[in-house]
Design a protein around this ligand. Structure first.
Ligand SMILES: Nc1ncnc2c1ncn2[C@@H]1O[C@H](COP(=O)(O)OP(=O)(O)O)[C@@H](O)[C@H]1O
Ligand SMILES: [Mg+2]
Length: 245
């Protein structure tokens, strides 16, 4: 999750999901962004039913889950997910719909459930926060990311207060150009502000990551020998081994 657009949320979700699946973990990716980019990234038909039917029509998650790769299950956004932002009936319970759907599914038995969020901070984002045990925020290497981060932290703290639970926060540096001084400066600041919360691996800017998306492939389908594949594999290991910067 991150309120800034284009920081690598979807790229991280789909590639980290595939990296964990390739490491033998059982993974489910949920697309909570109405743009439906997860479908495109995995080469799936965006028009298939998904979380839209789960949230709007009380369909079971298991009914709309699709196997995208070995060990990797996906629940797409679906065509109507944006409509959930306008649901008025249900009061405060509207924020817990995803959490309930997950509790009533087999997802508890998965090793990892990754939720890709949109850049908006509406009801869909709240549903994701109330459902999650941990939040990963990709931080790209420019000054606007630091601004976005403080806005994001307010939303995050509010969700913790409203739900009465603490949510573990992880930050990950994305789209890093190692030759830019600014990129290192942004990472240094993030490390200073969030000691112990920044994952060790830095995701470098790698054009193959952007190309893969256009072919409906993850970086592991598209180009094993790339810094993108190397970095997302390392990020998966950070999660498995608890490696921080
Ligand atoms: N590490 C990276 N190197 C190169 N391009 C990247 C990288 N991460 C993301 N991109 C590209 O940047 C664009 C935005 O990334 P995306 O993951 O869709 O961001 P978000 O989901 O946060 O809006 C996409 O075209 C994607 O392919
Ligand atoms: Mg996205």
């Amino acid at each position: 999750m991150n309120q800034n657009e284009g920081v690598g949320k979807t790229t991280t979700t789909i590639n980290l999901g595939h990296a964990l699946a390739l490491a033998g973990k059982r993974v489910t990716v949920l697309d909570m962004d109405p743009q439906g980019h997860v479908a495109i990234a995995y080469g799936l038909d965006k028009k298939q039913a998904g979380l839209d039917h789960v949230l709007l029509d009380d369909r079971a998650i298991g009914d709309v889950a699709i196997m995208a790769r070995e060990n990797l299950e996906v629940v797409l956004a679906g065509e109507y997910l944006a409509d959930y932002e306008n649901v008025l009936e249900g009061g405060a319970s509207r924020g817990y719909k995803l959490r309930l759907a997950i509790e009533n599914s087999a997802l508890k038995e998965r090793d990892f459930v990754l939720i890709d969020c949109s850049s908006a901070s509406g009801l869909l984002g709240i549903n994701a926060l109330f459902a999650a045990d941990e939040v990963m925020m990709p931080i790209s290497s420019n000054y606007l990311s630091l601004q976005g981060l403080s806005k994001m932290m307010r939303i995050f703290k509010r969700a913790e207060a409203l739900s009465g639970r603490s949510i573990k926060l992880w930050l990950v540096s994305t789209r890093m150009n190692l030759h830019r001084r600014l990129a290192h400066e942004v990472r240094r600041r993030v490390l200073t502000c969030f000691p112990g919360r920044v994952l060790k691996t830095v995701i470098r800017e790698n054009y193959a990551l952007a190309e893969a998306l256009g072919f409906g492939k993850t970086i592991f389908d598209y180009k094993q020998a790339s810094t993108g594949a190397e970095d997302y594999q390392a990020l998966a290991q950070d999660l498995l081994l608890g490696r921080i910067a």
